[in-house]
Design a protein around this ligand. Structure first.
Ligand code: GDP
Length: 329
């Protein structure tokens, strides 16, 4: 019980000192729904903000089974061993019921979980991707204030979750498998375009040859995309998360990227653009919720949809009618 009475100032001091228990408590506040917790969370975020923004944020995606957790364990472990402070977060909009279906399973990333330089937090639950994303954005601030300098943000390719993670990270990594035959066709539109690196995992044993072939195919495919604003030419690498080969190369690549974009100004301009995007996104979501959750609109919307079905109105007339009603409420 006493834990809950801890003041936000004390919590902030502990977080700033790198206390992982305090960090977890802070994140729990962010994820809570009560007004009191939300108020405390807002205070805490404000205190942490001046100490945030100092990390390199890496988004990692790939279909289930591609080896994301094995890769994060190997890659994160490598960085943590080298003295980096690594925080692993997840964005999983499907984790509403089974809280944190990715990263939730504690048997995954066993070594990393216990590494003194690592911190792992499963995906927040939420009724919308927007809600989950907001909590993750705020959690990033707390992790950075706690001194975590390398953030790994995992997502599965559900709905818009990849785009969401892309819009809160500096570097976007796509994990792929070779040997599935039509590798290039299986990729959602736009994902290739977002990727700063494609890493073909499980490049070990009999898989090595097909992995090399896939690497050539992806390289050719990437060349067909227009140049990025970052001026970075996306790269294709091989790795085995299981055998821990190719891990160092992935990190070298990211360092190369970081150097380029800090030099050419993209790193900062991209973060500025992301901040603006998230502000506008938050307003959008708020306005939309207020509209759709209004009891009067809840009543009138089905009527207008019915009228539309019967051709008694046009989409625009119906929309104008509802918006007019809402304005007068
Ligand atoms: P996730 O669903 O993307 O998180 O994938 P997991 O990390 O759970 O891995 C799925 C399966 O692939 C597990 O059985 C892993 O042991 C295996 N796996 C992951 N990485 C490698 C690798 O580099 N080589 C091989 N051979 N197997 C791997």
């Amino acid at each position: 019980r006493r834990k809950q009475e801890i003041s936000t100032e004390t919590l902030f001091q502990k977080i700033k000192a790198g206390d992982k228990t305090a960090l977890s408590q802070g994140i729990t506040l962010i994820e809570s729904h009560t007004a009191q917790a939300q108020q405390k969370a807002a205070e805490l975020i404000e205190k942490c903000l001046p100490f945030a923004n100092r990390s390199f944020r890496i988004g990692i995606t790939g279909v289930p089974g591609v080896g994301k957790s094995t890769f994060i364990e190997a890659f994160g472990g490598h960085l943590a061993d080298a003295g980096k402070k690594v925080a692993v977060l997840a964005v999983d909009p499907t984790s509403t019921v089974s809280r944190g279906s990715i990263l939730g399973d504690k048997t995954r990333m066993e070594t990393l979980v216990n590494h003194e330089n690592a911190f792992i937090r499963p995906s927040p639950s939420g009724d919308s991707l927007g809600g989950v994303a907001k909590k993750t954005r705020e959690t990033i601030i707390l992790c950075e204030a706690a001194g975590f300098d390398t953030l790994l943000i995992e997502t599965v390719g559900v709905g818009q979750s990849e785009t969401t993670v892309h819009s809160m990270t500096d570097f976007f990594l796509l994990l792929k498998l070779a040997g599935a035959g039509d590798e290039l066709q299986g990729i959602k539109r736009g994902i290739m375009e977002m990727a700063d690196a494609i890493v073909i995992n499980k490049a070990d044993g009999e898989n090595l040859k097909p992995a090399r072939q896939a690497r050539s195919e992806f390289r050719r495919a990437l060349h067909l995309y227009p140049a990025k604003d970052s001026q970075w030419q996306p790269k294709v690498l091989l790795c085995s998360a299981l055998k821990k080969t190719g891990i160092e190369e992935v990190w070298d690549l990211m360092k190369e990227f970081e150097e380029l974009v800090k030099e050419n100004g993209y790193f900062n301009s991209n973060r500025q653009a992301q901040n603006k995007f998230w502000m506008l996104q938050t307003i959008d979501e708020h306005l939309r919720n207020r509209f759709y959750r209004h009891p009067e609109i809840k009543k009138l919307l089905p009527e207008q949809l019915k009228a539309l079905e019967k051709n008694e109105t046009t989409p625009f007339e119906a929309a104008a009618h509802l918006l007019e009603k809402y304005r007068s409420l």
